[in-house]
Design a protein around this ligand. Structure first.
Ligand SMILES: *Cc1c(COP(=O)(O)O)cnc(C)c1O
Length: 422
């Protein structure tokens, strides 16, 4: 049988990896104990592409040389800068006019809920996963309050079955049927930030539509990580941040998806601003909002160009590589990581992990640890493994295809084997 955890295998996988040269296009932070950190938190903050500085410098130069004229006469005119991100559609499986980049994620969730959560006396419930990312919980909590509703009545949270960590699609679908015509909105993450579960977006969307509800997804951990087909799956809306898998600077801009059937309907209700106004008349400063067709009609403000320039640098790289190649390598990395982790706990009895990430997943592996968990995490940190600790007892690891290597994972495995408690 082939050895699935050897150094030779890791080296071979790196040699055969078509994306291997991309690592050198990123700043990998230096370690204290090794040349470079073993960086496994690309799901939290993606590393900086080396090209970012020049993309931002370009806009600074135009601002210096042209002032306000940069809006129309810069190299990348700011007036229509958001169109550089029409190709972001490829990352989430959408048409170009269904995607726009603007604001930050949580802001965009509120804007989308202003359009797609309009509760009535009889249809007012939101179904969501229990233990959602805190910002999403606060968004939903404050939205229902904003509409004068009571959380316990208006929000239906779905928990995993006893003894399980992931949600079963059949259980979510059953709950949607049960809530039925009271359900106004199904709001889920695409990939769950804690467990790493990649939800069956298509089935959940269909189930929501079958009871007459909208389906919206927070794709913060899905965009740039897993293959998405938001348009074909008939998702109503989605949003994501670009600083996780999409490497586009801390607090960077957010992407939004609005399905054509809503985006091309000027009557779809929304909160408006001048940047969402019909582009050809935007600077006529007239009364009466006429939305630009598509997701662009949800924009409020003129674009934060410096943050967007960072995103442009990253997106150029994603464009070059393509999601298919990334997803394929991501799967291999994840498989290798799982083998390494399992081997390490065979070899070192101080370790005991339960992998809580189900088979439907992207790059991330979440491991429930034993009583040595925090000591292990501190030991890893001291040895330059940048992972992520989530209370009460979970270590999350996300080797990402754009810049992580199979040797990163192998070296991590060696550290695991030599872990001992004091
Ligand atoms: C990272 C993340 C956020 C962060 O929101 P910001 O508005 O970008 O600070 C929100 N929701 C989910 C699910 C996330 O993973």
């Amino acid at each position: 049988m082939q050895n699935t955890t050897s150094k030779e295998l890791a080296q071979k996988l790196d040699r055969d990896d078509a994306l291997t040269q991309y690592r050198s296009q990123f700043f990998v932070p230096p370690g204290k104990t090794r040349k470079e950190q073993i960086y496994f938190t690309g799901n939290s903050l993606g590393l900086q592409p080396k090209s970012v500085a020049s993309y931002i410098q370009q806009e600074l130069n135009d601002w210096a040389a042209l002032g306000v004229e940069g809006h129309f006469h810069g190299k990348n005119p700011w007036f229509k800068y958001h169109h550089f991100f029409d190709r972001e559609a490829k990352i989430v499986g959408a048409h170009a006019d269904e995607v726009v980049v603007m604001n930050n994620l949580t802001v965009n969730l509120h804007l989308l809920l202003a359009s797609f959560y309009r509760p009535t006396a009889t249809r007012y419930k939101i179904i969501m996963e229990a233990g959602a990312f805190p910002s999403d919980m606060y968004v939903i909590e404050s939205q229902v309050k904003h509409h004068g509703l009571v959380y316990e009545d208006a929000v239906v949270e779905i928990h995993p079955r006893k003894g399980e960590h992931a949600l079963r699609t059949e259980d979510i679908v059953a709950k949607i049927r049960e809530v039925g015509e009271e359900c106004a909105l199904l709001f889920f993450s695409g990939v769950q930030y804690y467990t790493g579960q990649y939800f069956d977006i298509k089935s959940l969307t269909t189930a929501a539509h079958n009871v007459g509800a909208y389906a919206g997804f927070d794709c913060a951990h899905a965009a740039g990580n897993v293959k998405l087909n938001l348009h074909d799956w008939d998702v109503d809306f989605a949003a994501w941040c670009t600083y996780k898998y999409l490497n586009s600077s801390p607090g960077g801009v957010s992407g939004v998806f609005v399905h054509q059937k809503h985006g091309n309907n000027p009557k779809t209700p929304r909160l408006a601003g001048w940047w969402g106004h019909k582009e050809s008349e935007r600077f006529q400063m007239k009364k009466g909002f006429i939305p630009e067709p598509g997701a662009a009609g949800w924009q409020l403000s003129n674009a934060p160009i410096l943050a967007m320039a960072a995103h442009k640098a990253s997106l150029d790289m994603f464009d070059e590589v393509g999601m298919d190649a990334l997803v394929a390598k991501g799967k291999k990395l994840n498989e290798f990581l799982e083998n390494i982790v399992n081997k390490a706990q065979e070899d070192n009895k101080k370790l005991a992990f339960e992998i809580i990430t189900p088979a439907d997943r992207g790059c991330q592996l979440s491991m429930l640890t034993n009583e040595n968990g925090k000591a292990l995490f501190d030991y890893l940190t001291a040895n330059d493994v940048i992972a992520d600790w989530r209370e009460p007892n979970v270590i999350r690891l996300a080797p990402v295809p754009m810049y992580n290597s199979f040797m990163d994972i192998w070296e991590f495995g060696e550290l695991l084997k030599s872990f001992s408690t004091p």
